[in-house]
Design a protein. Structure first.
Length: 198
């Protein structure tokens, strides 16, 4: 449809990141086509397949992410103080899950450049796989998920069905995610707020 802020999809329903879009002989960059904000995905929604570049090379797709069970997608920006609070706790969940039988792997989705994201991950001790969904590509996957605030967390079950959604920082939700992974995400000597808006 002309003027529709639609995602470019292959016949497989896969969201791809096209470089430029053309309409009626005029070239439009992708961010111009994505002005319409999509509604935030809710529990029960099935996520469309997507492919994003990984910070350390290669790419990740939805089937890769949920191949071994539940996975947590954490959308973030490096300049966001609430993201800086949240991601180290998600790292504790991820680190424990890698070593235990209760699998809840965490995947970051950065809305910044690879270089800036690499610096952020180093500074905050983040080692879980991080994908890049930058402004250069028009935040294509972030828009498909309906992200308007960061951090936003999506717990995905088998087949890519959304099981939980959390916007901002909610200590009780982070604790529930830790319980799923069999770990307390909070260090005993660290005080964290109950909630903070993203």
């Amino acid at each position: 449809m002309p003027g529709q802020a639609a995602l470019e999809r292959a016949d497989t329903g896969c969201i791809r990141v096209p470089e430029r879009c053309h309409s009626a002989g005029t070239s439009y960059n992708l961010p111009m086509r994505l002005l319409k904000q999509h509604k935030l995905l809710e529990p029960g929604a099935r996520v469309a397949n997507f492919h994003l570049p990984l910070l350390d090379g290669g790419e990740a797709s939805l089937p890769d992410i949920v191949a071994h069970g539940s996975a947590l997608l954490a959308f973030f920006k490096i300049s966001c103080p609430v993201c800086q609070l949240t991601l180290p706790h998600l790292q504790r969940i991820h680190s424990h899950s890698k070593l235990s039988s209760s699998k809840l792997l965490v995947y970051g989705v950065s809305q910044n450049s690879a270089a800036d994201t690499r610096d952020f991950n180093h500074r905050f001790g983040v080692t879980f796989p991080t994908m890049i969904d930058s402004s250069k590509a028009g935040y294509l996957v972030s828009n498909a998920f309906g992200i308007s605030h960061v951090p936003t967390l999506f717990l995905l079950g088998p087949g890519g069905v959304v099981e939980r959604v959390t916007e901002g920082w909610l200590k009780a939700e982070i604790r529930k995610l830790g319980e799923l992974a069999g770990v307390d995400p909070f260090q005993p000597d660290v005080s964290v707020p109950e909630s903070k808006a993203g």
